[in-house]
Design a binder for this molecule. Sequence first.
Ligand SMILES: [Ca+2]
Length: 120
Amino acid sequence: MQTLDNIHHNLVDFEDYFPSMITRMGNEGFIWELCNGFRLLMDVEKGLITFESLKRNCVLLGLHDLRDDELVCMLMEGDLDGDGALNQMEFCILMFRLSPGLMDYGSKQWGVDELEVMNV
Ligand SMILES: [Ca+2]
């Protein structure tokens, strides 16, 4: 069984990318990029990220080294309302959880209000 910690090890480069993106783009630009990432990964018809859409599109986010069980783990970890797919809010929260550096940065810079803004 994969854990989020295992996925961390596979995503070290990916994680480290986030804080530098915020520095470069600012908070609003970064949130826009996160939402953009969600749209790249989602199933267009459902408006949600499903296992199938994640598997098909994860190359776009540099996640091509992830195995099926790791993708399933990400979906399970991120799925807060139990519908088996990720909506935009769940995706953004998962991205924060996958990036300890970002979580640390975000907790200093952002409040709950900013996170709720993403849930449009
Ligand atoms: Ca869900």
